[in-house]
Design a binder for this molecule. Sequence first.
Ligand SMILES: [Zn+2]
Length: 622
Amino acid sequence: MSRPAAPPHASGTQPPDIRPWTGRIMVAAIPLAALLAACTSVPLPPWTPAASPPVARAPASPPASVVTAPRPATPPADVQISPVAPPSRLPPSAGVAATPSSAPADLPAPYSAAVAARFPAPSVIYNTPGLQAGRTSFTTQTEIQAWLRDQAAAASRTPGVKAAVLPIGRSQRGEPLEALVLTHASGTDPSTLLATGRPTVLLLGQQHGDEPAGSEALLIIARELAQGLLRPALERINVVIVPRANPDGAAGDQRMTSGGLDMNRDHLLLNTPEAQALAQLTRDYRPTVVVDAHEYTVVGRFLEKFGTVQKFDALLQYATTANIPEFLTKAAEEWYRRPLLAALRTQGLSTEWYYTTSTDLADKKISMGGTQPDTGRNVNGLKNAVSLLIETRGVGIGRLHIQRRVHTHVTAISSVLASTAQRASELNQLRPYLDKEVSAQACKDEAIVEAAATPAQYELLMLDPVSGADRAVTVDWDSALALRKVKARARPCGYWLSAGSAKAVDRLRLHGVQVMRVAEAGSMLGDSYQESSRTAGERQDVRGTIAGGAPVIKAQVSLLRGVVDVPRGSYYVPLNQPLGNLVLAALEPDTQSSYFANQILDGLQSTVRVMAEPAVKFEDLP
Ligand SMILES: [Zn+2]
């Protein structure tokens, strides 16, 4: 069957409030829906456009005091977000700050008082250990561990609620990586959660160590779910929280992991133990929704390039990479982003699409978040999860406006939890539908090997660094909503991998990809890759060269059809599986993100695109 090649995103020449799903597009989607439904045995979820107001029916409303509190000019001195008292059992910070964040406490404001006045403190005061008055460091790793245990213990006192702190790995410096699971299931292991039939939300914070607000906000969210105003949500959804994915970076107030790698460009390759831990957690718990909480640069290179300060409380984006199923994008937009915009607006918080700019000061282009299949946002989309990036204005300003930054994350994440609870039954239909749709494309249709953002112009609001007034700047803007097809091929039935490809096989299986081993020698019809040229290069993202990566092989290839003899002990990766699009991203060799380019596969001859269902005897891997 044929289907439109790309989601009907609006072009970047439209105003900031891009609306990918207009009435015109809805009309086009209806016959597509019918067509898709006819092709599979899984019923297409009924499409219920987001009502307005979008969160009105949500059983899990954001914390009431956040939604309804008036916004006085000066915040009341002692307001708590919920009736729950702050845990008094937390160890005093003085005794536990073994690896305190080096974030400066009293960084001078990098802009005028007039700019600062644009960002008044919210009418609630958040009270994690790191946000206590007089603190100079954010919540330490030890304090996070204690906090998660306190919340698990508190949650477990509620009848029907189960909670546990899971060890999910260790950082490069040996710090424990931990997740808090909260559920109404009878246990906290993955199969018990899956058996509830409730969607699971995975909340990730602080992949970049110098972006603390998401981590502090997730401690608040954990407490509100465990013993506060978000607790009713657990009757509809399961929640897994990793408040600090990069503890080494947090301890050093640095973006990268301790080895110098950007772990948020490592979610396909899985070279870091931090990304491996998240991949395994995602494989096991199969979240329907993933939220990745970050912060973005407020002054720095923006001030140097444009003479401005960045304005928006929250920058938002969902997965924007090649081969994302259309209905997944539609769910992210209609069921999540629109309610998010409304929730933030209600709190007087401003929003824009996520954007950034390169570290090259001569390059004034602004780009939306990247289109490479390497970030958590894009890779989780390739795992058929609704994948949302939330960024607050925080990098480079120390503790300035920290209550407002945390409030922005708490408001946004509460909206995501409410949307998930509200849409639980539809999400439970969407996920198997997407899994089946992706699987059914094997051996037919097109595979987009590489896509790129579309250049456009955009009028972006920034702030004058002296007066604090809005300043509209027309910028060159790479829109990730409108993906250009750069390279496409026929979608194979699967990939044959040589017996020497164990490293790639291990990485794929860590993602949850099904890999089979050839049990008896045989042959397959396939396309092998013929190298026409190669150069060494560096992986790039929209900021510039990706930190810490080894050189990549940039190969030009052509395809040669033939019958390939496959020995016993080699591997077959079928595309007829839910993670088929992730497999494509990893195994088509001539992209900067591929396992070949990054030398996880040792040569082009290690991979064959299998173009007919193989008649070979396979065995499962242990
Ligand atoms: Zn970040």
